[in-house]
Write a protein that binds this ligand. Structure first.
Ligand code: IMP
Ligand code: MG
Length: 172
């Protein structure tokens, strides 16, 4: 059994998501917001965020692969599951679990931009700025964290540990 050290507690994550939801609701006041969740890691964060938004929300899912079961980004992205609906003319907010090298997100944002949304923004629960290889414009960030491999709140290590209600570090 691996031991998990809590890095960001459930209470801290919860408080932060409420703050982010308030900020995003204010920004999109009077508009409809289309949330694009990046599977699978973004799903916990997206649900918690969506529940607290006060503007009308629609959701869609996309799955791109970058990591496989290891801990290093390959630099390639593959669309495993595309969106079900067109984003043309919509205010789109991409919801991610974490931005690491930035490779996955920069490719994904370019792809989505080419589909002519009315606006396109990016929201992430976690950011590891020290690890950035490709620049990405992040509009809303929950927490900046040091260069650690984290799990929980949707984040996995070889598909495990996603279900923890906090963000933690695996200690073998
Ligand atoms: P990037 O292309 O290097 O920015 O990789 C982003 C993706 O890698 C995220 O959406 C996660 O799925 C995964 N990832 C990056 N860092 C971590 C981590 O610390 N724990 C779990 N998954 C991570
Ligand atoms: Mg992932």
């Amino acid at each position: 059994m691996s031991n998990i050290r809590v890095l960001i507690s459930e209470e801290e994550v919860d408080k932060k998501i409420r703050e982010m939801a308030a900020e995003i609701s204010k920004k999109y006041e009077g508009e409809e917001l289309h949330l694009v969740c990046v599977l699978r890691g973004g799903v916990f964060f997206m649900c918690e965020l969506a529940k607290r938004l006060t503007v009308p929300v629609t959701i869609d899912f996309m799955s791109v692969s970058s990591y496989g079961d290891g801990t290093e980004s390959s630099g390639q992205i593959k669309i495993v599951k595309d969106l079900d609906e067109s984003i043309e003319g919509k205010h789109v907010l991409v919801v991610e679990d974490i931005i690491d090298s930035g490779r996955t997100l920069s490719k994904l944002m370019d792809l989505l931009e080419s589909r002519r949304p009315e606006s396109l923004a990016l929201c992430t629960l976690l950011d590891k700025p020290e690890r950035r290889v490709v620049e990405v414009d992040v509009d809303y960030t929950g927490f900046q964290i040091p260069d650690l491999f984290v799990v929980g709140y949707g984040l996995d290590c070889a598909q495990k540990h996603r279900n923890y209600p906090y963000v933690g570090v695996v200690e073998e």
